[in-house]
Design a protein around this ligand. Sequence first.
Ligand code: UFG
Length: 334
Amino acid sequence: MKLLVTGGAGYIGSAVVRQLVEAGDRVVVFDDLSQGHRAAVHPDATLFHGRLEDRDAIDRVLAEHRPEGILHFASQTLVGESMEKPFLHLGANVRNGLNLLESAVDHGVRRFILSSTANLFGLPERIPIDEETRIDPGSPYGESKFILERILRWMDDRFGLRYAALRYFNAAGAVSPELGEDHDPETHLIPIVLQCALGQREKVTIYGDDYDTSDGTCVRDYVHVADLADAHVRALRALDRGSRTYNLGNGRGFSVRQVIETCRAVTGHAIPAEVGPRRPGDPAVLVASSERIRAELGWAPRYGELRQIVESAWAWHSAHPHGYADRGPAAAPS
Ligand code: UFG
C-alpha cells in the first residue's frame, strides 16, 4: 500500500514506518521535525518536512503521492503539559487532525489510523481497562484524542472513511539499538531512569509512594513499541472489514519501583531514587485489557516481559547516550 505517516520521525511513528517499509508498503512521512528526528526516518521512506497547520502542504502531499491510507501520529502528547496549556493540546491536536481529515476526504483516502491514548479513561473505574470502560479523559490531551475519535465516527458515517483508533498504554522499549526514544525534554519513566544509569541525571524522583498499590507507587502497563507497531500493521490490513477501536497494552502492570529495580538489574548501575510528591493527575493503576485485538486480529505482545522492554531501551540509550544527535541523517528531505 501507499501510505502517509504523520509524525513518522517520532518515537512510535518511526517504529511503525519501519515495519510498514519492511512489509513492502511505500511510505511518505509528513513531519515538522519539532519533536521527531530526521535520522529516525527509514531511509526507504520519503520525508516531507511540513506542518499540519498548513492545509496547503497537506493537500500538496496527498495530491502528489495519492496514499491509500493515513497513519496519524503527529501530536502534542505530554499529559502534564496539557494541564498547563490546555489550548495547545485541544487547539493543535483537534485543528491539525481536522485539517488532515478534511484533506484526506477531499483526496479520496479511505483508511485512517489514529494514535489514541489510555488517558481517555482518566481515573478508571475498573482494571483491566477494556473498550467498554467509561470514558472520562484525564487531561486536555486525552480529551483532544477523544474528540478526534468522535470525529472519525462521523467521517466513517458520512464518507466511508474506515478508521482504527488505537489507545496506547505506556509505550516503551526500542525497536533496535538504532531506533529508540529521544524526547526533549524527557518526561517518561524508563528513559529517565536509564539516563541516571548513564550518569546524565543524579537520581530519579518517584512521584508518590502512598498510592493504593502493592508497594505504594503507580502501576502502569508498559507495552513494547515494536508490539505497538505490529498492532498498527494488523489494524491497517483489517480496515476493509470495518472501523475499529482497540486498547493496546500488555495486560500486565508494573510499579515505578519495579521499573527502577529492573533497570538496575539490566544496567548494573545503582540508580539512586528518592520519593517526591505525587504528580497531579496520575491514576494509581492503568492496566489494559487487549482481549479485543487479540481475538479479532490475533495480536499478542512478543516482548511482554518488563526485562525485555528495558533491555531493548538500554541497548538504544547506551549506544546513543545523546539520542539522534549521535546519529547521522538517514533520509533526504523532499
Ligand atoms: N514517574 C515517576 N518519576 C518520573 C517519571 C515518571 O515516578 O520521573 C511515574 C509517573 O508518575 C507514572 C509512571 O512513572 O506513574 C509512568 O510515567 P510516564 O510519564 O512515563 O507515563 P504516563 O503514565 O504519565 O503517560 C504515558 C504517556 C501518555 C499516555 C499514558 C497512558 O506519556 O501519553 O502513558 O498510560 F496517555
